[in-house]
Each structure stands twice: as structure tokens, then as C-alpha cells.
Design a protein around this ligand. Structure first.
Ligand SMILES: Cc1ncc(COP(=O)(O)O)c(C=O)c1O
Length: 402
């Protein structure tokens, strides 16, 4: 063990960190399952899990053991060599996703970059000189130049012109707008959407998951690639391994990250059907994508999700939380939405201040997105007792606030 002890951060301490984040003045030194702890031992219930990352909870013993064992065995060799853990992780991910080919990356944005490259390659092969991709309003796809261009939030794009001009934007859930775009733009080759918009406010399409079926039909009709961004919704979060599994369709391209590594930075872009084989030798790569260590983590995370029946748990306990919130907050002007452990509570007013109130008064970690939506992303393996603990703190928070 290291003998370095870091001094606590002082409020006025000068920092060399780029000021890209609005940070809360608290830090956690330890975590266990659904709980986080500060240096003085204060316990917080974590209903955010690092923004849908630690789906199996903090410091999961099986994941921790896999990381520790691999760290003292072999961390990285490069993709110049065969990596049996990468092959095994791809096999597992193919099993749970129904996809055929997998490329491992290190983050969500990078996985979406891979998807955008696949769409461009697909278009180019069809003879489309400048291929276009349909994306949705209020979407979030990342912070790299191509993915921020795809993102439907002006704040993310502000000051970063020139944006890439691949993207045609339509309202989320509006299939007529997609058909209209098809008439106007013969160079469209793909659609990229989130099954449930996370950063946008836990938005489900007005027609529910049948929106995905409608999009699938349109993609088939026009020979476009259907590409789903499941970076937030994937890995059991919505009560299915991937959210599109609430339907009978399969996308051509699928991206994921976040819960795939339970806190270890990994991502993946996957293909099946007509999207297979578009990225061949020399066309894509990543030094850190699919390292021995990262791949073993992916394998172990999926294996653990399966062995703990965590996806089924997310469906059942998530349903319970939603039902209880609807009942217990019935006299409040709120709308509760979401699937599994991806839950939004739409409040009638902006409520960013609730994050600090929840933390300081209820020892509860939540997030507010899209101004007025309390976003809950608890561990997918949360127990019923922990869900009751969450409900007690949350209902008190909202009752006091409204
Ligand atoms: C749907 C979606 N896509 C992409 C991203 C970007 O992922 P990353 O921050 O790992 O680049 C996020 C992150 O919040 C996301 O929610």
C-alpha cells in the first residue's frame, strides 16, 4: 500500500486543473455497493453511480479482484498481438447484444466516433460523396468534435465552430420528420439516436419503444444504417441488457461505454448485418482500446451482471421505485418516467439546487438534468431494502421542496 496521504482540498486552494467542470465541494474516499463515504466516515446513498457507470455498485469484490489480479500479471501489450481476454470479452458482449463484430474503445464519445466513421464508410461505398446522418433534438453523444456536432444541445457546441456538417436534426420520436428529411436529403445514410435520452432529461419517445421499430422500418426502406447510442441505456440500465431489447428489432450499429467497465474506462462500437466488415485493417484503431486489463474487466462485468441476475433486478426494483414515486408523490405536480434503473422525475420548475439539498440534508447523491428533471441512476443490483432507503430520502426531499 502507498504511504502517500493527500491533504484535503481547501476552498481557496489554487488549482492547476482546467476549469471544465462545476464541481461540488465534497470528495469521497471510499465506496461500497450503493454507498459512498467521505474521509470522516459519513455515508451517502449514491443514486447516480458516477452517471450510470458503476452499475454493479462501488468496489464490487469480483471486479476488484479481477483488476488486482490482472494488474500484477499483465496490463497492456498493444493490438499488435492476440489478446485472449479481448476475444473472450467480445464473445460475451456479442452474446448479450446479438451483435456480430466488436471494436473496443475507451469512452462513449470515442465509441460514437467509431459509429460515425462506419456510417461514412457505408455511405462512401454506396457512392454517396458527403454522407449525412439523422440525429435527434435534445440528444447527447459526446464532446469530441464529431460527437458534439451530433449532440442536440447548443451549449455543448457553443464556441467550437466549425462543426462537422454530417448531421440533420429531427425532433425525438417524430417519424414524419424523418420521412420529410429523407425526401429533402438524398445523401442520408444512417440514423443515430438514444433509445431513452439521458442527458436530455430521461426522455422516452411519445410512442414508447415502438419508435425504435418505426425507425428500423424507415432504415430498411431507405437502406440506411440504424445506429443506437446505448452508452447510458446499455449494460442492464433499463431492465434489459440493451434498451432496444424491449422491442424485437436489432440495430445495425450499437455503441456502449459507462456500465460496460463499472468505472474502468472502456467503450465499444458493435455491428451486425450490413454494417459488418466496413472497418477493415488500417481503418480504425486505438492504443488503449481493448487492453488486456480493460478486456478482463469487460468480461468480468458482463459475467457478474449475468450471475447476479442484475438486469432482471433492475427491471423489478426499478418498476417498484417508479410505482412508489408515482404513489407517494401523487399530490405533487411531478411526472415520473423511465425504465429499470434509469428514472427521471420531472418537476414543475427548475431545480438544480436540489443536488446540494439532497446531498447535505438527506445524504443522497442525485443529479438534475435538463434544468428540471431529477435524474436517478442507482446501481442496477440495488436491493429492495436499499430502494426503500432511496425512496424515503427522495420523497422527503421532494415533499420539502414543492
Ligand atoms: C448517450 C450518451 N452518449 C455519449 C456519451 C459520452 O460518453 P463519454 O463521456 O464516455 O465520452 C454520454 C455521456 O454522458 C451519453 O450519455
Amino acid at each position: 500500500m502507498t504511504d502517500i496521504t493527500l491533504a484535503p482540498i481547501q476552498p481557496d486552494q489554487p488549482s492547476h486543473l482546467m476549469a471544465t467542470y462545476g464541481r461540488q465541494a465534497i470528495s469521497f474516499v471510499r465506496g461500497r455497493g450503493a454507498y459512498l463515504y467521505t474521509e470522516d466516515g459519513t455515508e451517502y446513498l449514491d443514486a447516480l453511480t458516477g452517471i450510470a457507470v458503476c452499475g454493479l455498485g462501488h468496489a464490487h469484490p469480483v471486479i476488484a479482484e479481477a483488476i488486482a489480479e490482472q494488474a500484477v500479471t499483465l496490463v497492456h501489450t498493444s493490438n499488435l498481438f492476440e489478446i485472449p481476454w479481448q476475444t473472450a470479452a467480445a464473445q460475451k458482449l456479442a452474446e448479450v447484444s446479438g451483435m456480430e463484430e466488436i471494436f473496443f474503445s475507451n469512452s462513449g464519445a470515442e465509441s460514437n466516433e467509431g459509429a460515425i466513421k462506419i456510417a461514412r464508410k457505408f455511405g462512401t461505398q454506396q457512392g454517396v460523396r458527403l454522407p449525412k446522418i439523422i440525429v435527434a433534438e435534445q440528444s447527447f453523444h459526446g464532446r469530441t468534435l464529431a460527437t458534439l456536432s451530433a449532440t442536440g444541445n447548443k451549449k455543448v457546441q457553443d464556441g467550437f465552430a466549425p462543426l462537422t456538417n454530417d448531421f440533420i436534426r429531427v425532433p425525438f420520436g417524430d417519424v414524419e420528420a424523418i420521412q420529410e428529411a429523407a425526401l429533402q436529403h438524398p445523401d442520408i445514410v444512417a440514423i443515430l439516436i438514444e433509445p431513452i435520452q439521458g442527458e436530455g432529461g430521461i426522455n422516452t419517445a411519445p410512442q414508447g419503444f415502438s419508435y425504435l421499430e418505426e425507425v428500423r422500418n424507415i432504415c430498411n426502406q431507405h437502406n440506411w444504417l440504424m445506429m443506437l447510442d446505448e452508452i447510458q441505456t446499455g449494460n442492464g440500465r433499463t431492465g434489459k441488457y440493451f434498451a432496444y431489447q424491449h422491442t424485437n428489432i436489432v440495430p445495425d450499429v450499437l455503441t456502449t461505454a459507462k456500465g460496460l467497465g463499472n468505472g474502468f474506462p472502456v467503450g465499444a462500437v458493435m455491428t451486425q448485418g450490413k454494417a459488418v466488415g466496413l472497418l477493415g485493417p488500417g481503418s480504425h484503431g486505438s492504443t488503449y482500446g481493448g487492453t488486456v486489463l480493460g478486456s478482463r474487466v469487460v468480461y468480468t462485468v458482463i459475467d457478474t451482471i449475468q450471475k447476479e441476475n442484475a438486469v432482471e433486478n433492475a427491471a423489478v426494483v426499478g418498476r417498484y421505485i417508479v410505482d412508489q414515486l408515482r404513489t407517494q408523490l401523487a399530490d405533487k405536480n411531478v411526472q415520473v418516467r423511465g425504465f429499470g434503473m434509469m428514472i427521471g422525475i420531472q418537476l414543475p420548475k427548475d431545480c438544480a439546487e436540489l443536488v446540494a439539498i439532497a446531498r447535505d440534508q438527506h445524504k443522497l447523491i442525485i443529479n438534475v438534468t435538463a434544468g428540471s428533471v431529477v435524474r436517478l441512476l442507482p446501481p442496477i443490483n440495488m436491493t429492495q431494502a436499499q430502494a426503500d432507503d432511496l425512496l424515503e430520502r427522495l420523497v422527503a426531499l421532494i415533499n420539502n421542496y414543492l
